[in-house]
Design a protein around this ligand. Sequence first.
Ligand code: BES
Ligand code: MN
Ligand code: ZN
Length: 512
Amino acid sequence: MEINVQAGDISAFAADAVVVNLFEGVTAPGGATGAVDRAMGGAISSLIAAGDVRGKLGEFALIHTLGKIAAPRVVVAGLGKSGEFSVDKVRALSADLARFLRRGRLKHAAVITHGAGIAGLDAEACAQAIAEGTLLGLYRFLRHRKEEEENGGELERLTIVEYDAAKLPALERGVERGRVLAEAANFCRDLANEPANYLTPSELARQAEKLAQEAGLECEVHGPEWMREKGMGALLGVAAGSVQEPRFIVLRYRGAGDPSTELRAGAKPIALVGKGITFDSGGISIKPAEGMGEMKGDMSGGASVIAAMGAIARLRPAVNVIGVVPATENMPSGSATRPGDVLRTMAGKTIEVINTDAEGRLILADGLAYAKDEGAAAIVDVATLTGAISVTLGNVAMGAMGNDAALMERVKQAAATAGEKVWELPLWDEYKEQIKSEVADMKNTGGRGAGSITAAMLLREFVGDTPWVHLDIAGVDFYDREKGVIVKGASGIPVRTLVNLVLQSAGTAAAK
Ligand code: BES
Ligand code: MN
Ligand code: ZN
């Protein structure tokens, strides 16, 4: 879909619909809304007076213009209370609006820069939010169905019409960054929505290789032989039950310093590590049938890392980044790891497997050890790790746990910019008791209580002193409803947070 920026007067703009906006409680609209109102002979203000248009957040009023202006329709988008307006609301509103326009079978719409007018928000940030929200909101996973056309097709073009031509370059920058971020999140969604019979560990690796080629990243993909050489017994232990071979995916982005200097090769990278379980049956500790199909999305942490790496390569911040994704299925079979088995990790520490369904922390133990050995300056891992996190935080926020307050602060900042919610949980030493084992260095479950924390306590054993934050996304990776930028299926969370974190680390100037 095309999103462009154009200078001009929206009340004279020709498109299937022009979209203006209204805050709650405004009776005499000004700005672009006022201009359209005047051109329409006061149609909008009389609808307000009649109580038919109220400016409530999420309200879209469709008005036929009957030849009074160039566009056949005006949509008045409600912005809600002016004191509560924000860039997050612009993003969500743009997503809802895009679906509203698509339901109306419109192909080309023009909008003003919601928020940048009387709300006084930064124009570039608003343009970014419009592009981001529109592309995120229109996402559908249609690869395996053919009915797309009868649903009325797609919105093909959105034009942001700006009265002040001097603002155009900033708006264009915003649109471009919004597009890169949204397309990355949508790519993550594609991978996470793809059924596990299509998206095997080797197919995930192929997707990473293809992206690397397109975006200009280095990519290495390793198989079981390499894992044995590295001593990755935890990853191999999870893979043991599957006929699908595991893959260890490494993506490298080199953006630090001048290409010709030592610095470029030498600067320590930020490492992003993602759980890549392409299907989690639970293994021998098999899951109940109900809802098991959702476990095709148990690689969404890994997918978010791969997708974020693609966006980072497109935005070119001056920082080195590596993406690490251990990928495997978790299946029951005669060759599967059993409860009671002991696995030796790459780091040399041993783990007693109490429950084969606690497999994410096993593969991450080897993934994190690899990132640490690569000399990462900081590690952020992303995983659909525990059902317990949705007991704690519902599907509203991801859980964050770590060993470094400064890195945690940066992650929170990056998430706030993205409009993705994180909430920190503590990793107090007291919790370590719960993963002590009689037969190995630790065990892979922590018993009743604090399930998300005890999972993270195990991960912490593998990062050493490297600053590290773990994001448990099991509550927010998949939705069965649509609202704002959330659509049915995979959410693409936390791709935009990860990209923002890297951009903020490099200083946003480098990203522009
Ligand atoms: N992939 C699951 C966690 C999960 C649950 C993600 C629901 C998304 C939705 C993970 O591998 C798992 O099975 N965790 C177990 C751990 C337990 C056995 C200690 C869980 O949360 O039940
Ligand atoms: Mn599991
Ligand atoms: Zn899992």
